[in-house]
Design a protein. Sequence first.
Length: 222
Amino acid sequence: MSGISFLLFLGCSSRRMFASKRRIAAVVSIQKHVRRWLLQRTFLQVCSAVVVIQSSIRSSIDQQRYMSIKEHRAVVLIQVFFLIMLILYLIKDFDISFAANEAGALREAKSKLEKRLEDLSWRLALEKKLRSADLDMAKSATAIECNKNEILRNQLNSTVKEMEAIKISLNAMTELKKENLNLQYADTYPSTKEVGRVRGSGGKRNTRMHSRYATLTRRLHM
């Protein structure tokens, strides 16, 4: 009986220990889940808070940028308006000064144009005079050249005629020599009178030919 009671005691104690351990494990798991849920909730709250803070900061930055852009545009518009007013004022001032100085400028331009026209007319007249002088000189030079050419042509014609006359006289001399030879060989005993007459005519012709040849050479050397 004592053994059975001991076993029963051990069984009851072990059941109690297991039940306590089971309760402890359940408590631990419940605490774990609760802590996880709490941490998750705090994390989500922190994330939402961070998102809100970031969105608020970004919105403030965007607002500042928008305001700076708006201010810059306003400054640019003011500057443009000021520049337009300044340009209009300068244009009015320039119109007034231009209207005041336009007459003087036109007079100066007119005087300059008149002076230039006078210079051009004077140059044109001078060029016409120079061209006319050049034409006169060219005409005189051409006339002189024509006269020289005419003189040379006449000299050439005269020399040609003289050369023809010399050729004719040379032909006559050759014929005369042939006649002399024929006469010498034709008659064995020719008369002295005939021989003297033939020699006299041949000598006269020879002197004439020599005189013509000398005058021709002198003209050619001239």
